[in-house]
Design a protein around this ligand. Sequence first.
Ligand code: ADP
Ligand code: MG
Length: 274
Amino acid sequence: MARAAPAQKVPRVLRLLGGREDDAASDQGAPIVELSGVCKNYVTGPEPVRALIDVELRISVGEFVAVIGASGSGKSTLMNILGCLDRPSSGDYLLGGVSVGARSVDERALVRNRMIGFIFQGFNLLPRTTALENVELPLVYRGTPRRQRRRMALEALAQVGLIDRALHRPNELSGGQQQRVAIARALVTRPPLLLADEPTGNLDSKTTGDVLDLLERLVQEERITLVLVTHEDDIAARAHRVLTVRDGRIERDSPNHTPPPPLTRPADGLESGR
Ligand code: ADP
Ligand code: MG
């Protein structure tokens, strides 16, 4: 099975939205995410909830950033804005150098489909659908022809070590395998930015280690930028950088000086079968 090309190119969508032809966002060290003065207010009751307050954040291509903080501090709100699921109430969001914060619903859907992969705690796989079809789904939305779709989905499943489970349904897979299918689904569109909100929250510690090894390998080998919410210190310790969110503000932004532990898996895919 051929492996996908390693370099993450800036998708053409950014050019469609007004980005420059010589966009630098595919280069290691160039900014992929730039938030300036970002606020998010939720207006439900008489008093608006100030979920994010004046957030300044710059994330470079190829970084692995952990986001920690108490429940209700604004972590998911931040992820929803980074993922173009929601818009800032004020402030700017540049993704790959292109302003995306104030885009229409359709434009944000396009940016999500081309630029961003999501991994959730609950896996969010379609239950009566095979692993292969689950992974193909983002390509269906994109209108990729069937044969190409199948080939790309099989490549993504191979990348997470699950090629031999392609025709299994989620209930025939372990939790760790389901999360690896979800990672394959997030990767199949080759997004430069991967967002994970407590991705190992439902997994045991051994399986958590496997999933983190996989995510770390993607950051190292594919130059994917990873932003991962976690409440576990040992997971945050594996990131390059840790953001602490408190009451809607980034209270701390600290580099992790401890080098990450060596990969425990061979470079050509996780072993499957667990
Ligand atoms: P975390 O993910 O860190 O637990 P959230 O970003 O989910 O925090 O929430 C931040 C704050 O915004 C909380 O006070 C929460 O109650 C509020 N909040 C989140 N989503 C909504 C919403 N859709 N409507 C109103 N308030 C919300
Ligand atoms: Mg949350």
